[in-house]
Each structure stands twice: as C-alpha cells, then as structure tokens.
Design a protein around this ligand. Sequence first.
Ligand code: C2O
Ligand code: CU
Ligand code: CU
Length: 526
Amino acid sequence: MTHFDYSRRQFLHYAAAGTLAASLPGFIWADTREVRQIPNPAFKADVEIALTAQAADVSIRPGPHTHVFKYHGKLLKGPQEALTVIPGYLGPILNFQQGQKVRIFFYNELPEPCVTHWHGMHVPQIMDGHPMYAIRKGEQYVYEFEVKNPAGTNWYHAHTHELTATQVYQGLTGLITISDEHEQKLELPSGEYEIPLIIQDRSFTNGNQLRYVLGMHQRMTGFLGDTLLVNGQENSTIPVKSRAYRVRVLNGSNARIYKLGWNDGTPMTAIGTDGGLLHRPETLPYIMLAPAERVELWVDFSGRKIGSDLILQSLPYQGSMHRGMRGMRGGMGGMGQDDTLTIAHFHIAEQVGDSPKLPTELVPMRRLTRKDASNPDKIVPIAIGMRHMAFQLNGRTFDMLNYQAAEKIPVNTIQRIRIFHENRGMGRGMRGGMGGMGMMMSQPHPIHLHGQQFQIVSRRQNNRDEGYDSVKEGFIDSGWKDTVLVMPGEEVEIIKPFNDYTGLFLYHCHNLEHEDMGMMRNFFVS
Ligand code: C2O
Ligand code: CU
Ligand code: CU
C-alpha cells in the first residue's frame, strides 16, 4: 500500500541561483554553501550536536510500525541534559541555556532535499534554515549560533522548498527549551514536573502508515487529520501528582487550530507564549493555539482526587471555514473544528504534601508601543490576499530570493507591521453571494515572522461575525510572539525589532499547506 499520496515536486537546485544572489547587495550566497559544510574553528562551541534527518520505522500505535522521517540526535559535546530523546517519531528535545554557543552538524539521509529551521530563535540568516540552503542526501550543513533568546519554548522543523508540509507531517519536528537566570530564580516546576506537550493531528491507513491526502477542500484549509497525537503517541494519558506542573505546549500540526480548555471548566493559566515567559501569569477561559504557536501552562493538580482525570480538550469554535462543512466531514473523520476533541488525560495518580505557588510576577518585560518604532509614521504591510485559488502575501507568492521595496527593512530598527486581509470589503458580502469563494477567503492564518520576537499592539475585527465571539477570549497578547493567529476579518498590528543580523528573513503563513502553496515572502534586512 502506498502510504504517501502526493506527487514529489521537482526540486530546484539553487546553485544556479548563485548569479541572482550576487546581484543582492551584501548578500554572500555564493560561498555560504561551501563554507557551511565545515565548522568555523573560531567558533568555540559549548554544545555540539549531530542531528540526522533519516527515514525510520517507529511504533506509534499498536500493530505494524509506521514509516516516518525522523531527526536522530546525538550529543557530541556539552552537558548531558542538552539533549532528551523521546519515544515515537519526534526529534530529541534540545535544551539550551541563554548565552551558550551551539554547533549542530545537520546530516541529510533522506531521499529528498532538506533544511532545518530553528523556529523562534534569533540567529543570523545563514543559520536560520532558509529553504535556499537545502542540502541533498549525503550532504552536511553546519549550524553555529549563540543562544540569544530568553528562557522559553521554541522548536525546530524542516523548512524545505515546497516540502515543508510533507516533511513535518512525516515527523521532522522537535522541541527546543531555553533557560536563563531570570527563569532559574523563579524555581518553576522542573524535572518530572515539567511536561512537553506537542500536539499534532495525523491520519493513518489500516496498516498504520501515515496518510496525507489533500482533497479539493483541504487544499484550501490545509491538512486536517482524524487522529490526535501528543508527543508522537496516540491516546495520551499522563500520570501526575497532586501539585503544580509546568506544561510546555506546542501546536506542531500542519493546519489544525486548537481551542485549549479543561473538561471541567477550570480556567487556563498561562505563564509563557512563543517567545518566553510572560511578565505576569494570565488566566483565560480557553486558549487559541494555532500551528507553530507555543503556550506554557501552569497546571495545579493540588486538591484533586487521586484516581481522577483532568482532560485537556480542544473545544468547539467557529470563525473558520471548517464550519458549515458538515456535509464534507466524511473525510475528516468527524474531527471538524466544531467538535470537542480529547487531547490528553492527566491522571492524578499520587498524593504529595506540598506544591510550589504560582509567582505573581514572572520576568521583567517592557511593553513596546508605537512610540518605540524607529519610524512611527511608517507601517510595514502584510496583506493577506488570494489570487488564482492560492493565498498570497503582499500580492505575491514565494520566490526564493525575491523581495519588494516594501519588504526592505533597515537593520537595528523597530518596525510597526500591520497584518490584514485584502479585499476585506468583499469578504462578508461574498460569503452569501459567491458561496464557496467567500468561504475560502474567510480563513484564519497563523502568520509567522522569522528572527526576533515581536509584540502585539492591537487587534481589530472588521467583520461583525458571531463566529469571532467563540475565539476572542483565547488570545494572549501580552507576551513575546513569533506567530500570530489572524482570524477572518481581523487586522493585527505588531511591533518588531530587527536587530543584529542582515539578510533574507522569511515571513509566512504557518498553515504548512498554505506555506508550501507560496504564502511566504522574504524581508530583506540591510
Ligand atoms: Cu516554523 Cu518559517 O517556520
Ligand atoms: Cu520560524
Ligand atoms: Cu494561511
């Protein structure tokens, strides 16, 4: 049985583009390809890791093993805790300290090109895993960077041209944790009281092989699976003690957006977002978590009955085109976004005496405002639009080395950026008038920017849409972010520093099917 149903697209080898690159000011593409195949002796690494992308057969569900793509990691130098292997198909968890110098030897043993991106990390262009740096089978790429990010939860994944969705789907994902002094002072729950929670939806054939089929409908929505995996396993039950835990949640799904909530209505307590810890904990009735977003939860099981379960669910919501598609749900196995889904059971297995208290303040954070912008009168646009049945950004689809005038950013500046839907006047009227077309345009998009983390300044909803009411209390806008969920009709203003590094840095929709379709562009920082 074929377990993978898509046609491999022709890979373009970008060596030929070297001449193109030469015309970009300050852009030394031509020699980076060779240079990055050997370590830089002047870079004194504290941590060295060998990371190999390879095909593997792993046990995900009972019965036959599943054929996957997997990051295999090996610690070559540095503290033992820098690398944690987890069962299943996910890569090892990489645990870094702020200030560490990290060298990663990346080997591609896959039958197709591959490149790895350190999502959320503030690193130079040639270390960032831009698709132009993809390597072929048997090749090596040496990543070297200093960990500048503060304590938080990042991740790494394949970022190969037009193959990101399928490579990530097959397993090329792993978590990164970062610790720093501020965080250590807080003495947050750690060790066995700190739980990674990577949520992904997948579909399987009867023979336990991953199934990836994009029908007409899913080509627009992105892939939605019928089985939820947590840390690469099905039916996740996590035994816990009656005390507080720190849970690092990553939505590692291709396209599915979760509305996280507890089955008994307990509010959610967040202590961190994409880019690190919050200034203060936030309590929300539920949390919207789009692909690539992270949230760190404080979960206190104190006082709960031994033997009882607290269930993390994805609650029903509207405001995406998955609504109203009931007739087409057959292929989605009943897992639409207006269903309640079980993500994981926390089983209170053991009584313990005491529990740490939730700190009232976490880490210092300065709120950026419009006044902090280097040029407060200028706003960099990110316009979400659609042409020829494909989503675009700023009127264009992805083009490896290309950027427009509006995509040029002076280095060491702070920029206001406005993310909005083009044709927004049409959105609403068309929904009735043009049916399918209107629905396609009213989609949520998780917009991700590479490089430094940003802050959310404001959100404005232009559609008077009752669907929005079912999600609007689930956004955490007070922390550092690298991905922001932009709902249909919504306009989001963010403010982002572009410090230290010049070159091409991607911004794109992190619905991976949208990304591979070309909903991605470059900023050129110079
Ligand atoms: Cu997580 Cu450009 O991506
Ligand atoms: Cu990224
Ligand atoms: Cu999108």
